[in-house]
Design a protein around this ligand. Structure first.
Ligand code: FAD
Length: 291
């Protein structure tokens, strides 16, 4: 029986992985899970079709994390092109497989996506809460969602998602902690009081930064621009700079009382491991009562 994520003291420390495309690469993802589980995280999340990764394997991998590794698992789930019947099928499978936590999202709208029964994430959150017994997480955006006209509008819908039953929020990646602190003031200001877990992506290659920025529009502090310019052509130096920046970002977040840290590992456990090693003393001190 694994821990209940919601009974843990804050700050929590967790990781995101993505399932591979096709059966062939499943072993690689289990190597990643092995390495991450050995770092004793409070939760590991598994994406659903993000960045072209497979959807089929999300439930199986999340189930194994929860039941075989005894680490709380969070299965991502998107609803935009699904009918209620299709959602029921997936939700029943997750329940049967022992998964207890779901990150309920709309998903990206594409020209080719078929229209389903859910228009926005709040509808999926309500549906899950009304019909199933899961802990539900939802996504939030410190620099607002790219489709939202304004932060005020995005926050209004975020509040609706929480009022629909979201138990916790995980942020889109951000590189500037001030952006996060401003966002948190606004989140608490509109009356959202659930835990908000900060999503941190270590940037270990220049190409990764370009891809991420074009996908989610995160602003890039001058410090990152400078080290990418200086070290972008040198993979080893770039990796070290990315690890150091993420470590520094997390230390500052912990010092400012963040509810939790969620590392987007990009299935690179060695990077996550280096960050955890850098933080070991602080994490131990903060969680000493939990040990
Ligand atoms: P919503 O909450 O529905 O919001 C989308 C937009 O609609 C926003 O602009 C919002 O302001 C607006 N809006 C919200 N509710 C309403 C409403 N009721 N009426 C009108 N407008 C509304 N994608 C994947 O495909 N797979 C993944 O595994 C995945 N994991 C992610 C993990 C995290 C932590 C984050 C932050 C994102 C992830 N995504 C993933 C991306 C996500 O699917 C996209 O950002 C998607 O475009 C929005 O999903 P959402 O649940 O935030 O949508």
């Amino acid at each position: 029986m694994s821990k209940d994520f919601f009974s843990l003291e804050k700050p929590t420390f967790s990781f995101e992985i993505f399932p591979p495309k096709g059966e062939g690469n499943l072993k690689t993802v289990y190597d990643t899970v092995d390495a991450l589980a050995s770092l004793s995280p409070d939760l590991i999340s598994v994406t659903y079709g993000a960045g072209g990764s497979s959807r089929e394997n999300t439930a199986v991998i999340a189930s194994d994390i929860q039941t075989k590794y005894n680490v709380p698992a969070l299965a991502h789930l998107t609803c935009i092109s699904s009918t209620k019947e299709e959602m029921d099928e997936i939700l029943k499978e997750l329940k049967e497989k022992g998964v207890e936590n779901i990150l309920a999202m709309r998903g990206d709208v594409t020209d080719t996506a078929k229209v389903g029964d859910f228009k926005h994430a709040n509808e999926l959150v309500s549906y899950i809460k009304a019909n199933y017994d899961f802990r539900v997480f939802a996504a939030c955006y410190p620099e607002k969602h790219t489709e939202a006209y304004s932060m005020a509008e995005d926050l209004r819908y975020l509040k609706q998602k929480v009022d629909a039953g979201a138990d916790a929020l995980i942020t889109q990646l951000f590189f500037d902690n001030e952006v996060f602190y401003n966002f948190m003031d606004k989140v608490r200001g509109v009356g959202i009081d659930v835990p908000v877990i900060a999503g941190i992506m270590p940037i270990t290659a220049a190409s990764q930064l370009e891809r991420m920025v074009s996908m989610c529009g995160a602003s890039i502090p001058k410090e990152i621009q400078q080290f990418v310019k200086a070290y972008g052509h040198n993979s080893m130096a770039m990796k070290e700079a990315g690890i150091a920046y993420a470590t520094k970002q997390i230390i500052d977040l912990l010092a400012n009382g963040v509810d939790g840290i969620h590392i987007y590992t990009m299935n690179k456990p060695e990077v996550a491991k280096r960050i955890v090693e850098n933080l070991r003393g602080i994490l131990y001190a903060l969680k000493v009562k939990r040990a």
